[in-house]
Design a protein around this ligand. Structure first.
Ligand code: PMP
Ligand code: GLU
Length: 382
């Protein structure tokens, strides 16, 4: 028998980042020494206090279903964390999800239907496009690559893309895949357009805690943005908790009610004891986060220098742990070749809507980063 699949699933591709990382794991299993600079995953263990809190929570019996939208202690801790960022949300504005990806999925499903227009800033993280397509939305994309991936110089282009037809704009600062942190003037430009055209904005702040010498502003703090911003964040990156699957979004109560229906009929809740560990992460992990961020900054500087020695100039990122390398026009072939010939895994820019680049994640040891650049140079990729 042949099954009939839905249009909505047929129109998306598998996650390119996860696919390349799976390929690199396969090659490693075959005995190849692959330097995996593809997936965005911190290489540090989850801080010990968080692991202990999860164990304690299991011992204390937090192993049943949690209340759907999140355990009260975590929703309160999230609201307090957001208040520190200047955002006025209460626990009633928060849904805790298994990862920020699920938060984004629920929000997009709740806001976008067949034919609705969503504006993305390219290069944009791979799953935004898929989520919009799954919801039946159409995409309008603004290319930031001519502006060193900064948004402020692209505001006129953004103004051309946003109209009364636009339902949603997704902003991700610090950005995956560029590491760019948008200036306050850029965010004010977004605000002006959102207000003028009555657009909802998702502010994906999953890399907010990982910045180097700049302090990113939360979009929802700008005047006029509180009731039209959905703030998304998660624990994967700042706390090195990718496998724990814990994230959240905060937004107006009517969105929480609508998305809450989808949440309760799909995931039920995020894992109970993991949520208790999340409370500990927010309360007591500042020093460990600062240490990881310092290490990422050192690695960023190292990679920028090593690439410069090879004659490769990159837009120096101010946050996250990614950078975009300018490569051949056929970035797909470049990345495939780099993996086959040099055993270095990277993600083609075209997966993010921007051909001609490859994304590297520098969440790897200095030794591996050094060797990765060396191998690419030796194999003639620069
Ligand atoms: N947003 C961005 C920009 C990301 O890079 C990621 C990485 N996976 C996510 C959301 C989702 O993260 P997670 O589901 O692990 O919380
Ligand atoms: N966000 C990370 C990345 O872009 C993890 C992979 C994914 O969720 O797609 O590499």
């Amino acid at each position: 028998m042949t099954m009939d699949f839905t249009d909505r699933v047929s129109r998306v591709e598998p996650s390119a980042t996860l696919a390349i990382s799976a390929l690199s794991k396969e090659l490693t299993a075959e005995g190849k020494d692959v330097i995996d600079l593809s997936v965005g995953e911190p290489d540090f263990p989850t801080p010990e206090n968080i692991v202990e809190a999860a164990k304690d929570a299991m011992d204390a019996g937090h192993t049943g279903y949690a209340s759907a939208k999140g355990v009260p202690a975590l929703k309160e801790a999230v609201a307090e964390k957001l208040a520190e960022d200047g955002l006025e949300y209460g626990p009633e504005n928060v849904i805790v999800t298994p990862g920020a990806k699920q938060a984004l999925y629920e929000v997009v499903q709740s806001l976008i239907q067949e034919g609705d227009e969503v504006v993305l800033l390219d290069p944009a993280w791979v799953s935004y496009e898929a989520m919009v397509k799954l919801a039946g939305g159409s995409l309008s994309r603004v290319d930031l690559s001519p502006y060193d991936f900064q948004l402020e110089p692209a505001l006129d282009d953004l103004a051309d893309a946003v109209s009364d037809e636009t339902e949603l704009l997704i902003v991700n600062s610090p950005s995956n895949p560029t590491g760019a942190v948008y200036t306050d003037a850029a965010l004010e430009g977004v605000r002006d357009l959102a207000v003028e055209h009555d657009v909802t904005v998702i502010s994906d702040e999953i890399y907010k805690e990982i910045t180097y010498g700049v302090e990113p502003t939360s979009l929802g703090t700008l005047e006029g943005m509180a009731d039209r911003t959905v703030t998304v964040n998660g624990f994967s990156k700042a706390y090195s908790m990718t496998g724990w699957r814990l994230g959240y979004f905060a937004g107006p109560e009517d969105l929480v009610a609508e998305a809450g229906k989808l949440h309760s009929h799909s995931v039920s809740s995020a894992v109970n004891f993991v949520q208790h560990a999340g409370v500990e992460a927010l309360a007591n992990t500042d020093a460990a986060v600062a240490e990881m961020v310092e290490a990422f900054e050192g690695r960023r500087d190292l990679v920028v220098d090593l690439l410069a020695e090879e004659g490769v100039e990159v837009a120096v990122p101010d946050g996250a742990f990614y950078m975009m390398l300018p490569v051949a026009d056929d970035d797909q072939a470049w990345c495939e070749g780099a993996l086959e010939d040099a055993h270095v895994a990277t993600v083609p820019g075209s997966a993010f809507g921007t051909p001609g680049y490859a994304r590297i994640s520098y969440a790897a040891s200095e030794e591996r980063l050094r060797e990765g650049v060396e191998r690419l140079a030796d194999a003639g990729y620069f």
